[in-house]
Unconditional design. Structure first.
Lengths: 115, 111
């Protein structure tokens, strides 16, 4: 089974802090994604990456950046955390869409609270 | 961004009932479709892919209607353990794909 591991389950940070959320997958997936999930808003795509050192903005990239230095690791960075970034953050990975076993596997999420 | 729409529900049904959810999408170029299940405070997990010809997995049946641009999920003989939020996912194709999630449909199965 593919495993997507997020470094922290719960995180509390102060306003203005720089926050790193780490995501590692162990099945050599090309594609990785960062979402945030808020009540009533569903999952919203922040950033995604199709390959090492490659990144693309999703729907809500403002206030975030990402890093993909290695294929298995995709990091989400909150440059200066704000209270409106309090949310559940979910990382996902997938193979390329032409693969028969294509589909998204999620990490267990990081619930971030910014105070 | 192209939209994916779901009725949020909740759908409140008794055990043993049959229930169906629909999900509409706006991008006619979409190629890949999925249903995910999400339990409270857990991550979404793949329930099933949706194929053009329709597909079935036990009590679950998924259908794709390209002409009307919707996918459906039918659950027969509902169990208490089916209570969850069901998310549809549509890849916005056309060279590069971007997965878009619906906001989910809440299902509550009661005794």
């Amino acid at each position: 089974d593919v495993k997507v591991t997020q470094s922290s389950r719960y995180l509390v940070k102060r306003t203005g802090e720089k926050v790193f959320l780490e995501c590692v997958q162990d099945m050599d997936h090309e594609n990785m994604f960062w979402y945030r999930q808020d009540p009533g808003l569903g999952l919203r795509l922040i950033y995604f990456s199709y390959d090492v050192k490659m990144k693309e903005k999703g729907d809500i990239p403002e206030g975030y950046s990402v890093s993909r230095e290695k294929k298995e690791r995709f990091s989400l960075i909150l440059e200066s955390a704000s209270t409106n970034q309090t949310s559940m953050y979910l990382c996902a990975s997938s193979l390329a869409p032409d693969r028969a076993d294509y589909g998204y596997t999620f990490g267990s999420g990081t619930r971030l609270t910014v105070v | 961004r192209k939209e994916v729409e779901q009725d949020p529900g909740p759908f409140n049904v008794p055990e043993g009932a049959t229930v169906a959810f629909n999900c509409t999408y706006s991008n006619s170029a979409s190629q890949s479709f999925f249903w995910y299940r999400q339990d409270c405070r857990k991550e979404p997990k793949l329930l099933m892919s949706v194929y053009s010809s329709g597909n079935e997995d036990g009590r679950f049946t998924a259908q794709l209607n390209r002409a009307s641009q919707y996918i459906s999920l039918l659950i027969r003989d509902s169990k208490l353990s089916d209570s969850a939020t069901y998310l549809c996912v549509v890849d916005q194709s056309g060279g590069s794909y971007i997965p878009t999630f619906g906001r989910g449909t809440s299902l509550i199965v009661h005794p």
